[in-house]
Design a binder for this molecule. Structure first.
Ligand code: ATP
Ligand code: MG
Length: 565
């Protein structure tokens, strides 16, 4: 990893680990894991967990595993498992030879379940899901014992075996832990450990028709892998007692579960279920649609792993839930791209400009700086000729107040080029729309400065019409209009807060000739416009598609400034 990234933060998790190192709790080991369920693509919330798990492990010279928590075959797929591996690697982390699957432990988990039955700590229950819920009670009402709670051990063993071989229909029986139906912690009211589900598993096929529940699987997977610190999000705080109960009853190696606050981002949904809905309903094109907060969507949009890691490190981990302003993430994207993205000129909404006094057949090669932030990136040649395109927005026949760009009679600078003055406007006879400008240039101002020292109010980007490449650009905006997309009127859902203008496609844009060899996946700064990545999927040679990663305006910097005032 890049050594220039900020120093690792200290936080309550690292404080706990430091103590454990001092007391030699795990023999000086730190071993973490990232345990996704392969039921969707990873999102930026997962990035926080990945950076934490892999980050902590590497800081302490420890190890981190990638483990698929694949206990629900109805929702899990190979496609998801593959995308998750690609995304973790892309983010910059490596599990070496420690890729594990909870499904690899199914035999062992089954044996542990039988052990619990034999100890009198688990029983087969014939209540259905609704009845179990009814018997469970509520926060204010204790639960009631299941009528099957005191089945003899032999009968439980027999029934569990018959569940395993497929004798009973889905949902008709479960294996439950025998803990305490009156516990104030609902997680401990005889939780279900195994359910019947005659669904083939994407890895184990038809071998099983009973599947272990998350709470039973997770702690034992951690134990089997020798995890030391099992870091998970706050919603599992109540489940910690069950995590501990299972491991204590089975008297196996016992990792420590520690909960931290999940990442919430404004204007963003971070729930795989909801993201899947956006894909299934065709609201976005796919999981890697550049508007999605998935790592694959961010990648395709041009976000960099370095920027995402910096963001995760900056927000740190805490014990209390909060919402992070998406402008902060965008700030880190801009900061990173500002350093690494070469500058080019591209005109999104072209307006033709003819320079009347420039020789018809003349073409000049003008030198342009590739990145003012990084002189080692050098310079390039940009052709200048009589007919150019500038941005429609950079001309106003009737300027609004404080408009500093081109207007009839005014002189402005063309970036790296010459001063030009607008001397004529051609309009479409029918619509009145401005279709072409006539300008004159001052040959003395080559490179952008006047020998007599006269100043101009603005500098415009441009491309030479005869040399420019025609491209498509896709301008992405936030997917949701509301800071909290889940804040809705009664009867509607988060989709009512979608931004109808989250994607604008522009055809007929022009970029400078140097981009002819632009490599898909590379990001450029279009001067004065923003950062654009060559779309790796839709681009073809001769027809490039650029995804706007982000505009140049840094709203976070503005927010910070206004806070300092
Ligand atoms: P979702 O709620 O989006 O469906 P999940 O928690 O069900 O996510 P998992 O695949 O189980 O998804 O998550 C793998 C790991 O990532 C878990 O340890 C989980 O706690 C963590 N994680 C998931 N979402 C976030 C988040 N928003 N912030 C931090 N960590 C998260
Ligand atoms: Mg989960």
């Amino acid at each position: 990893m890049n050594k220039t990234e900020s120093a690792p933060p200290t936080d309550f998790i690292r404080t706990i680990i430091n103590e454990d190192m001092n007391t030699d709790k795990f023999g000086g080991r730190v071993h973490t894991r990232f345990p996704p369920e392969p039921n969707g693509y990873l999102h930026i919330g997962h990035a926080k967990s990945i950076c934490l798990n892999f980050g902590v492990a590497s800081e302490y010279g420890g190890l981190s595993n990638l483990r698929f928590d694949d206990t629900n075959p109805s929702k899990e797929e190979t496609e998801y498992a593959e995308s998750i591996q690609e995304d973790v690697h892309w983010l910059g982390f490596d599990w070496a030879d420690r890729l594990f699957y909870a499904s690899d432990y199914f035999d062992q988990l089954h044996d542990y379940a039988v052990q619990l039955i034999k100890q009198g700590d688990a029983y087969v229950c014939d209540l259905n899901a609704d009845e179990i819920r009814e018997y469970r009670g509520t926060l204010t009402r204790p639960g009631m014992d299941s009528p099957y709670r005191n089945r003899p051990i032999e009968e439980n063993i027999d029934l569990f075996e018959r569940m395993r071989v497929g004798e009973f229909p889905d949902g008709s029986r479960t294996l439950r832990a025998k803990i305490d139906m009156a516990s104030p912690n609902i997680s401990l009211r005889d939780p279900v450990l195994y359910r019947i589900m005659k669904v083939p598993h994407y890895r184990t096929g038809d071998k099983w028709c009973v599947y272990p529940m998350y709470d039973f699987t997770h702690c034992l997977s951690d134990s089997i892998e020798g995890i030391t610190h099992s870091l998970c999000t706050l919603e599992f705080e109540n489940n910690r007692s069950l995590y501990d109960w299972v491991l204590e009853k089975l008297q196996v190696y016992h990792p420590q579960q520690i909960e931290f606050a999940r990442l919430n981002l404004s204007y963003t949904v971070l729930s795989k279920r909801k993201l899947l809905q956006l894909v299934q309903d065709g609201i976005v094109d796919s999981w890697d649609d550049p508007r999605m907060p998935t790592l694959s969507g961010f990648r395709r949009r041009g976000y960099t792993p370095e920027a995402i890691r910096e963001f995760c490190s900056h927000i740190g981990v805490a014990k209390a839930n909060s919402i992070i302003d998406i402008a902060l993430l965008e700030h880190f994207i801009r900061k990173d791209l500002n350093q690494r993205a070469p500058r080019v000129m591209g005109v999104l909404r072209p307006l033709r400009v003819v320079i009347d006094n420039y020789p018809e057949d003349q073409v000049e090669e003008i030198e342009a700086v590739n990145n003012p932030e990084d002189p080692t990136m050098g310079t390039r040649k940009v052709p200048f000729s009589r007919v150019l395109y500038i941005e429609q927005d950079d001309f106003r026949e009737v300027p609004p107040p404080k408009y500093r760009r081109l207007i009839p009679g005014r002189e402005v600078r063309l970036r790296y080029g010459y001063f030009i003055t607008c001397v004529g406007v051609v309009k479409d006879e029918k619509t009145g729309e401005v279709v072409e400008l006539h300008c004159t240039y001052d040959p003395e101002t080559r490179g952008g400065n006047a020998p007599d020292g006269r100043k101009v109010k603005s500098t415009l980007h441009w491309v030479s019409a005869a040399h420019a490449l025609e491209v498509e650009t896709r301008l992405y905006d936030r997917l949701f209009l509301k800071e909290n997309p889940d804040e809705v009127e009664e009867g509607s859902d988060f989709k009512s807060n979608l931004n109808p203008n989250s994607l604008e496609i522009l055809e007929g844009c022009f970029v400078e000739q140097s981009l002819v060899d632009a490599v898909p996946g590379r990001t450029y700064q279009f001067e004065r416009q923003g950062y654009f990545m060559v779309d790796p999927i839709s681009s073809e040679r001769g027809k490039l598609v650029f995804n706007r990663t982000i505009s140049l305006r840094d709203t976070w910097a503005k927010i910070q400034k206004s806070m300092k005032k």
